[in-house]
Every structure is written in C-alpha cells, then in structure tokens.
Design a protein around this ligand. Sequence first.
Ligand SMILES: Cc1cc2nc3c(=O)[nH]c(=O)nc-3n(C[C@H](O)[C@H](O)[C@H](O)COP(=O)(O)O)c2cc1C
Length: 225
Amino acid sequence: MSAQNTPLVQAIQQRRSVRGFTQEPVPSEIINEILTLAQQSPSNCNVQPWKVLMASGESCNELRNTLKQAFVSGTPMNPDFSALPKFEGAMRDRQMDCAFALYGAMGIERSDKPGRLQATARNYEFFDAPHVLFITMQRDFSPSIAVDVGMYAQTLMLLMSAYGIGSCAQASTAYYPDIVRDFFNEPQESGILFGISFGYEDKTVAANKASTQRADISEVVKIKS
Ligand SMILES: Cc1cc2nc3c(=O)[nH]c(=O)nc-3n(C[C@H](O)[C@H](O)[C@H](O)COP(=O)(O)O)c2cc1C
C-alpha cells in the first residue's frame, strides 16, 4: 500500500471544518475510543498538559443556550488567552479568503452586517452539534506548552475525520471562559483555549459547502541544501 492510500492520509485530506451537524449522537464507545487514541499525542517530557471538558445531549444544549444568550445579549468577552492578533500581508489575505469562502457559501454579502452577526452566532449554537468539547490548559502555561495542546487537538480532529465524524475548532466559544468553567465546575486556573463542536455532518447546510485553500509550500518552507 502506498502512503497516499493510508487511512492517515485520507483522514488529513477529508478533514475540514464542519459547520452544520445532524442530531444523531456519536456512540459513546466511539468517542471513548477516539479520546483514548488521542492520548498517544506527544508532549514536552510527556506531561500531557491538555484537559478536555465535554458535553453531550441535554448538557450540550444547556451550555449552547447559555453561551448563545451571552453572545446575543452583548456580554463582554474576556478570553483567558489573548485573542487573534491583527494579521497583515499574506496572513491577512488568507484570513479574508477564509471569511469570503464561508460567507460566500452561506450567501452573505460583505455589507450584510446582520447576516454576518447571525453567522457568528452560529458558533455559540455549536452549529447544532450534538457534542461539544473544550480544550483547556493551565492558564499560566507558556506558548511552548500550548504547542503540545495544539498537537493533541489536531490528533483528536484527525481521528474524528478517520471515524467519519465532522468537527470544527472554535476559538470563539472560548471568549466566555467563566461560563464554561462554571458549567464544568472547573477551577479558575483552568484556561479555556478553544471549543470543538463535533458530530455527523449535515450535508444540506450551506456553510458546509465552504472550502479553503492552502499556500504552496514555497511560501512556508525554507530549505537550505
Ligand atoms: C484554533 C482554531 C480556532 C478556530 N476558531 C474558529 C471559530 O471560532 N469559528 C469557526 O467557524 N471556525 C474556526 N476555526 C476553523 C478555521 O476557520 C478553519 O480551520 C480554517 O479556515 C481552515 O479550514 P478547514 O478547517 O475547513 O480546513 C478555527 C480553527 C482553529 C484551528
């Protein structure tokens, strides 16, 4: 078997952000299998600094309602970790392309502010997913530890992809960290990095038609031979 046809390569190729889910829950045995496999992720000195807070079914609905209410009522956001920087140059272009792809698929014009607001609000509805999980890291840890947690999160999402489960990483759901901490009865030092909504893709949802591109490796790799 060539490397191109391995399940890993297929999982990487298939994975993309899913922003519309069916109500069908993912069986808990499958979720446990994925979470167990994701524990294979590497980390500095094998400290495994990630922690996952997961809600399904009614709990997921309760958290969805609370976060949505915070967003629509204009509750001030106070992320534990600094929000996105102001991107410039190629990164700004890619950020714009990403927004155009999503709003384009959803039929939202750039000038349509209420439409864009509604699209943003979908984050707090977890795009109707039957499950959400939050990836956390101790708040005083440095970016060198966030690297470990990022590797874990990508392992998790690739595993979901391999199991035919759609997911969307969502920094936006971490903008009300106190709500998430209260909900899971987590201590203050537990920093909320981002959420991941997951479940089975609803292929009829327009947002799921969005597709993003990637830069050529010549833009991101410097090789000296
Ligand atoms: C850490 C992280 C945070 C993200 N936050 C959001 C978010 O809040 N809302 C959203 O719709 N997508 C979010 N995304 C998804 C990205 O927009 C998406 O990964 C990117 O555009 C590439 O598209 P793809 O995932 O379909 O390949 C996030 C992705 C990552 C890795």
